[in-house]
Design a protein around this ligand. Structure first.
Ligand code: AR6
Length: 167
């Protein structure tokens, strides 16, 4: 049976086939989880990301994990919250769905996500958690390889929001 887990922790420390990075459209690093991933992976990650020349919101790109315990890093820019009437929900779902598709294409069995868009990008937490869990849940029965998805929450309120969803 495929499985979804919600845990509290630091995604840079998780040993899974792929971790997902809540990036921006330049893919050239930033603050939050993106900064933490770049610091932990090491400078070679910049070189790998440079080659993509950016990535549109809701799409995803894959690199190696470099110095991380994870084999791959999947970079996806989530939507910036602009009030909710600008396609934010769909774009957030796209980020989860496209990241999972890419993980599956690369034969990943285990994938970890941070809470995309709920930090600097200010997407309302409960609404984001609902979309994230639903998108992951809908994807799992269609996957060829991915069977375990972990949402790694950095703080208590994020953990509570995801843990309260039916997963
Ligand atoms: N492990 C897991 N989650 C983390 C970690 C970590 N090590 N560090 C932070 N978080 P954010 P966004 C949580 O702002 O809203 C960057 O500058 C954090 O507490 O990282 O998608 C990018 O370059 C929050 O719950 O991502 C973009 O410009 C969640 O990760 C922009 O921020 C997401 O917060 C993207 O903003």
């Amino acid at each position: 049976m495929p499985q979804i887990n919600v845990i509290k922790g630091d995604i840079t420390k998780i040993k899974v086939d792929a971790i997902v990075n809540a990036a921006n459209t330049t893919l050239m690093g930033g603050g939050g989880v993106d900064g933490a991933i770049h610091r932990a992976a090491g400078p070679a990650l910049y070189g790998a990301c440079e080659k993509f020349h950016g990535c549109p919101t809701g799409e995803a790109r894959i690199t190696g994990g470099f110095n991380l315990p994870a084999k791959f890093i999947i970079h996806t820019p989530g939507p910036i919250w602009h009030g909710g009437d600008n396609g934010e929900d769909q774009l957030l779902a796209n980020s989860y769905h496209n990241s999972l598709l890419l993980a599956d294409k690369h034969l990943c069995r285990t994938v970890a996500f941070p809470s995309i868009s709920t930090g600097v990008y200010a997407f309302p937490l409960e609404r984001a958690a609902k979309i994230a869990i639903k998108t992951i849940k809908d994807f799992l029965p269609t996957a060829n390889y991915v069977y375990q998805v972990t949402v790694v929450c950095f703080d208590d309120k994020t953990f509570t929001a995801y843990h309260s969803q039916p997963y």
